[in-house]
Design a protein around this ligand. Structure first.
Ligand SMILES: [Zn+2]
Length: 139
């Protein structure tokens, strides 16, 4: 699983002017439901995230996406001392209202597969589940 140490090594100190960060103008064919028009994220996230969105749209699971809860956010991991992978814009949160940290995740296996097939790990499988959270498997 991708660690903050690997992100530090590849991307350096997280900040808004980190050269790896881009304002991704989401293609209009992917702007369905609550998928945002623009996402400030790591450039390494753009291809996997567009694949995941395409998977959501093609399978109809996009209807399950109720809230987009963000990508880039420089902060510590919830309940931890290391930096969250959101600090480098390589993680996204969705449907936070029904997939809170430590709660039983509610996302369907089909929805989760749209992301895992596109190169993401899902926080809902963790010992302390973070069901809203998907992060790149590797960078
Ligand atoms: Zn998250």
């Amino acid at each position: 699983m991708l660690t903050s140490a690997q992100c530090f090594k590849k991307y350096g100190t997280p900040s808004t002017d980190n050269p790896y960060m881009v304002m991704w103008d989401v293609p209009s064919i992917l702007e369905i439901g609550v998928i945002p028009k623009k996402i400030y994220c790591n450039k390494d996230l753009v291809i996997p995230l567009s694949k995941a969105f395409q998977n959501l749209i093609h399978t109809g699971h996009v209807n399950e996406l109720k809230t987009w809860d963000g990508c880039f956010n420089v902060r510590k991991k919830r309940g931890g001392s290391t930096m969250s992978l959101h600090s480098w814009g390589v993680a996204v949160d969705m449907n936070a209202f029904s997939n809170c940290f430590g709660c039983k995740p509610t996302l369907s296996p089909g929805f989760v597969k749209c992301f895992t097939d596109a190169g993401f790990d899902w926080g809902g499988n963790w010992r302390k589940p973070d069901g809203m959270h998907f992060q790149l498997k590797s960078i």
